[in-house]
Design a protein around this ligand. Structure first.
Ligand SMILES: C[S@@+](CC[C@H](N)C(=O)[O-])C[C@H]1O[C@@H](n2cnc3c(N)ncnc32)[C@H](O)[C@@H]1O
Length: 295
């Protein structure tokens, strides 16, 4: 089989998400394990609450994932592919809270390694597994999954049409796409950078809601429900920014690791910029469900 990752093309994205290692630091899993140890936790026995600061790399955290679960009426036992799974938080939430069988897929090797460790540490390794691959070339058979789950990842992908064609191939007839995504807003001024998905324009591929809906229709997907959740996302980001600048009270034994352990010291700036981009109408947030139709 050909390598599911074009390592040259993936380089800017991997350098963005694994920036501390790109400048010569220790690997992500080693950094996170050490941070849990410093917080008085055993890195091989963790709870979903303890890891929520490092496995929910999208606006709204677990609340937003639960909102998408409810919108999509996910059923226990459903076979799910979590596209752009990051460190695997949604994959574990779907396994633990809904009883789904989840494969997480991500292009960033450090995230895939951390996701597998975190599933093992939380006892969810039997219902979650992780694969390092490009969403545009998924090394899985046709019609093997009932649900494609994707939170905040298409905006990193330059060729969304190729990714959506893969989703159509991978889904069973009548299967569904559950999407929670960042899209371009009406304000066409350049984004204030860095944001959590990009330090420069090389890894940001925002498209408007209309363009995304057109691509989904062209790929053979029929909308079931689509809603704009920008206001809730902005309120959540504002609260987080206040907490990040105020220095929240540390947990007993020391502070649990948060996203700055992944993104580096510029994470609070990324969060502030994202808040400002949302408030200025440069980006908007959608959640929705689409059904696989015929092409
Ligand atoms: C903002 S993070 C979101 C992670 C996760 N969905 C979450 O909400 O916690 C975007 C993720 O998409 C992944 N990604 C970007 N382009 C990808 C591609 N072409 N194929 C697979 N994963 C990709 C990145 O590596 C990153 O983990």
């Amino acid at each position: 089989m050909t390598d599911p990752v074009d390592r040259f093309a993936a380089r800017p994205l991997v350098a963005h998400y694994d920036a501390p290692r790109a400048v010569g630091g220790p690997g992500l899993t080693a950094r996170l394990r050490e941070a849990f140890r410093a917080a008085g936790r055993d890195p091989d026995r963790l709870t979903l609450d303890e890891i929520a600061g490092i496995d929910q790399l999208h606006l709204g955290g677990r609340r937003a994932s639960r909102s998408l679960v409810a919108l999509g009426e996910l059923a226990p036992g459903a076979r799910v592919l979590d596209v752009g799974c990051g460190t695997g938080g949604a994959s574990r939430l779907l396994a633990a809270e809904v009883g789904c069988d989840v494969t997480g897929l991500d292009l960033t090797p450090a995230f895939v390694e951390a996701a597998a460790w975190l599933s093992q540490a939380t006892g969810l390794e039997a219902r979650t597994r992780f694969l390092c691959a490009d969403a545009a070339r998924v090394p899985l058979p046709d019609a093997g999954v009932e649900t494609i789950w994707c939170q905040h990842a298409l905006m990193n992908m330059p060729d969304a049409a190729a990714v959506l064609a893969e989703w159509h191939r991978l889904l069973v007839p009548g299967g569904r796409v559950l999407l929670h995504e960042v899209v371009a807003g009406d304000n066409a001024e350049p984004l204030t950078l860095p944001v959590p998905w990009a330090r420069d324009a090389a890894t940001s591929h925002l498209r408007s809601r209309e363009a995304l809906e057109r691509l989904l229709a062209e790929a053979g997907f029929v909308p079931v429900v689509v809603q704009d959740v920008t206001a809730a996302a902005l309120a959540w980001r504002q609260t987080r920014t206040e907490r990040e600048s105020g220095g929240a009270a540390p947990a007993p034994g020391g502070p649990l690791p948060g996203p700055e352990r992944i993104f580096g010291d510029d994470f609070p700036l990324m969060g502030r910029n994202l808040r400002d981009n949302l408030a200025a109408g440069k980006v908007r947030i959608l959640e929705g469900v689409w059904r696989r139709g015929n092409r």
